[in-house]
Design a protein around this ligand. Sequence first.
Ligand SMILES: Cc1ncc(COP(=O)(O)O)c(CNc2conc2O)c1O
Length: 384
Amino acid sequence: DQAFYRDTWAEIDLDAIFYNVQSMKQHVGPHVEVIAVVKANAYGHGDIQVAKTALEAGATRLAVAFLDEALALRKKGVSLDVPILVLGATNPQYASLAASQNIALTVFRADWFEQAFMYGPYEQPLNVHIKLDTGMGRLGVKTKEEVQRIVNIVEQKESFVIEGVYTHFATADEQNVDYFSFQYDTFMHMLEWLPAKPPLIHCANSAAGLRYPDRVFNAVRLGISMYGLAPSQEMKPLLPYPLKEAFSLHSRLTHVKKVKAGEKISYGATYEAKVDEWIGTVPIGYADGWLRRMQHFSVLVDGKRAPIVGRVCMDQMMIRLPYELPVGTKVTLIGEQKGERISVDDVATHLNTINYEIPCTISYRVPRIFLKNKSIIEVRNAVL
Ligand SMILES: Cc1ncc(COP(=O)(O)O)c(CNc2conc2O)c1O
């Protein structure tokens, strides 16, 4: 039986993931842990495959958005001795479950602990990372009093261990460093509120890790640049080492026809052939996360750019071919053909968004093929 039957797939180059993690590891030095941020199915790249590769490449911890993603990694084989940090908020009633699975939780409210304690008992203590809000304005403690309340509760109950303290930057990927510096200084000031320094102190996302390797304390939360994507356009000229893009997206022509001038293509009959044209049909659409706004963008066939013509449908779209090509011809929507390249950034620019959003949006319906040394080691098909 086939791993998947459709003619559309994403390829994740795990060698690129490995290289990007190893590069950051070397960049920040041996005293700084790399925490691989694999939330949102590893930004659409495949959570367990990226997690395993990152750990092989020197990451020592994983980070996810919420508890379900951490439990999923355990179920998929991440051993208990690999710590996983939940970056988002967790309902206090699940604190003991997290503790039993060596999953650390982000906390930022003293009342959370009062509730979490009621849901005991805790066979083993829960590791918590106190999040400080230095200016991101999302989650985090903002006052010394709140920090004191948290520390007092933790000291009273042996169910909780403060394993870490951290903050998150809002503008680390921008050329202007004013707000970044304000947050960094605020973090330094807030750290003084803690009676003792926890084992882990971390503030850096990819951008901060790339730009200020000597100001990351002792761990970096590596997300976007692990996938070989720059945190922002502004940051591209500031990259201390090259990044290797891990994600590519491909399909194959399911139909090729010659249309006469005046003939219409796709819903709304919005596209009209100006002259006699060769039109190809590609089996990918907005239900795959290749959004309707991709109309007027181009894809690669035979190493040439072919414009998407007419409206993108739920499962298919049409392109204007440079010349007649056989059914089955490979179409590259993100990636390289014969030296021509369409990057994740190109798609993001067309959609007037950031590169983070693109791989995350390629839906469960697109099978993921995992490559190591250019050969397929695994296929994930969430449809079957
Ligand atoms: C708390 C936290 N730490 C680290 C990271 C990794 O950042 P990076 O991918 O820039 O390296 C994120 C990413 N959070 C998000 C990325 O996009 N939207 C977000 O909320 C985060 O929310």
